[in-house]
Ligand binder design. Sequence first.
Ligand SMILES: Cc1cc2nc3c(=O)[nH]c(=O)nc-3n(C[C@H](O)[C@H](O)[C@H](O)COP(=O)(O)OP(=O)(O)OC[C@H]3O[C@@H](n4cnc5c(N)ncnc54)[C@H](O)[C@@H]3O)c2cc1C
Length: 394
Amino acid sequence: MKALVVGAGIGGLTAALCLLQRGIDVQVLEKASILGEVGAGIQLPPNAMKVFNALGVSDALSARAFTPNAVEARNGEDGRKIFTIPIDSKRWGAPYRTIHRADYIDVLKDELIRQSPNALTLNAEVESFTQSDRQVSVTLSDGTTRSGDILIGADGIKSNVRATLFGAEAPRFTGNVAWRAVVPTASLTAGIRTTSCAWFGRGKHAVTYPLRRGELVNFVGVVEQDEPLSEGWRERGELRQAQADFQGWHPYITDILANIAPENLFRWGLYDRETLPNWTKGRVALLGDAAHPMLPFMAQGAAMAVEDAWVLAEELSRMNEVAAALTAYQTRRKPRADMVVAASRKNIKTFHQRKTLGQIATYGPMWLAGSYAPSIIKRRLDRFYAYDVTGKPS
Ligand SMILES: Cc1cc2nc3c(=O)[nH]c(=O)nc-3n(C[C@H](O)[C@H](O)[C@H](O)COP(=O)(O)OP(=O)(O)OC[C@H]3O[C@@H](n4cnc5c(N)ncnc54)[C@H](O)[C@@H]3O)c2cc1C
């Protein structure tokens, strides 16, 4: 069996590794001429790490990552703790890491090339595809064609494969824009904070965590604004505006903002989409953001792509009939992905309480739970982190 994978993001590369592990031949087609991710960090939660353990790449990822000792929520203005939950690798079955996106992609790409030197083709933009009872064929923008038994659309939030299968959709601007930057830890007065921390505020929030064994600190700052902004990391913004957005916040946040090199500051307009009723048609399946674009407020988008990859390869290897395997893939994956999409959407409200009463009503119970019954918060996190798609007991 041969699979064509459109897109060499985290989803496409992980899918390729999962397929190879099951003895399925794979060709990844990536439109970019070089594989370089944006200069930003990403959280690699235990549920994703379990897949990488099973693929044998977790040591390579861990060597380039950081291991936070807790997940935290704090008040963004005064830094008061709402809760701090130590990372429980035993309970969740794997460590929780944070990693630079470029390092994440590098590790997956290197492993793919090590296992199958010709499995990745760059400068390969898939323009269209057709399928018959027996095969799928794609046409690239240079006019050449490729054929295989199955096509996996891992081509991201603006997926062309999704649009071809199910028509164009109408993303809704959420009224939120994410600032993103990475700063050297050495430039910060307060040095390193060893947690992955969400800082809640009125109509905005920030997330901070170290990267690259602690050499860098990742900053994401989400602010509400009426004016829509494009979706993607290429949008630049004025550093002064980012600083104004978080003026009066805790010194750790203002210190980060004071140390951002303007050329390293980007913005992303956050859009919401209806969940798709279907991810597959015949011999074609969607995976990752192409299948279930989600807001980043659970830090689980890439982790879901990684889980998808495992299940897709597992179903393809155990069923003879491609379309039936893809249907089984969707049946296993969609309820979980839809749950995470909904949880991510709900968090905007939680993180951005504007009124003092709302803050007390929302953060008060969290503080109580964090202080006196942390197991309540751990249990809430279990459904994300303790989940083991590889089926191994945690
Ligand atoms: C602010 C923010 C913070 C986030 N934080 C986290 C986090 O902490 N943890 C987490 O798990 N997730 C996080 N996410 C989500 C995560 O970034 C995405 O879910 C993940 O990157 C999706 O991976 P993907 O492989 O599906 O798509 P992508 O990474 O978008 O990859 C798609 C690839 O397909 C290629 N491509 C597109 N069209 C074509 C074509 N026609 N032909 C060939 N190639 C094509 C693209 O060039 C690209 O390389 C965050 C997202 C945002 C916006």
